[in-house]
Design a protein around this ligand. Structure first.
Ligand code: SF4
Length: 233
């Protein structure tokens, strides 16, 4: 049974070794799968953290389902990678919002653009797939906006959020992907460290992993909203 316990996340980040973190992540997913069964669903953004969580989940049970939220602004490399992943895992469902929006909304109102194109389809995925526990690839070491999350969270009534690799370092994600020969989005080979929509994602040399997201806007290094906004009515 998953519990909303208060743990010293910072000491877990530095105190556990790679193998202990992998075992802890698998145990968290296994426990949630036992409790929620088919209403446990993995949110797969197609980034390195998501494909690591997806690989972990598939070790717990090949039956675990997932969803991808895509937008009209995703880079072609990400779209191709998405098609490859969906062909390999038909239990990954794709959600998007194709409604008309103002031109260059990502420049004028990036929060609203993300709300319409990312948060709204995520809400729809959670409703249509009957999700009671959603599993994410969120990590507390990714940047300033991610330090206060917990491994098990209850932000919305009736919807548990599981962040099974919350305490992993970026290096440990790559270590896991390399050791398990997991395919990754080819954009990483170009130098990106955090992937999003084309207009809002840059290659940077900034030490902050998410520094290339929404550069030049008030949202720089920030969040699209799926981890901060309510997802259930
Ligand atoms: S990342 Fe940019 S283009 Fe994509 S939904 Fe958000 S603001 Fe719009």
């Amino acid at each position: 049974m998953l519990e909303l316990v208060e743990e010293d996340i910072a000491s877990l980040v530095e105190g556990l070794n790679f193998k202990q973190k992998v075992d802890r992540s698998l145990a968290l997913i296994a426990s949630a799968w036992q409790e929620f069964g088919d209403s446990l669903v993995v949110a797969n953004s197609l980034g390195k953290d998501s494909v690591a969580v997806w690989h972990l989940a598939k070790q717990v049970s090949p039956a675990i389902r997932g969803f991808i939220v895509t937008t009209r602004f995703k880079p072609p490399e990400t779209v191709r990678f998405m098609h490859e992943q969906v062909a390999r895992y038909p239990e990954l469902k794709v959600f998007h919002n194709d409604q008309a929006i103002p031109d260059r909304l990502y420049e004028t109102e990036p929060d609203r653009c993300c709300d319409l194109l990312k948060v709204a389809p995520t809400r729809r995925a959670i409703e249509e797939m009957g999700v009671r526990c959603w599993v994410t690839g969120l990590r507390c070491t990714e940047g300033r906006t991610r330090v206060d999350f917990r491994e098990v969270e209850q932000r919305d009534q009736g919807l548990l959020k599981l962040n099974p690799i919350l305490i992993w370092h970026e290096r440990e994600v790559w270590q896991y992907l390399a050791l398990n020969k997991v395919d990754v989005n080819p954009l990483y080979a170009q130098g990106y460290r955090s992937l999003g929509c084309s207009p809002c994602t840059r290659i940077t040399t900034d030490p902050n992993e998410r520094a290339g997201r929404w550069t030049g806007t008030s949202k720089c290094g920030g969040e699209c909203g799926i981890h901060t906004r309510p997802l259930k009515a």
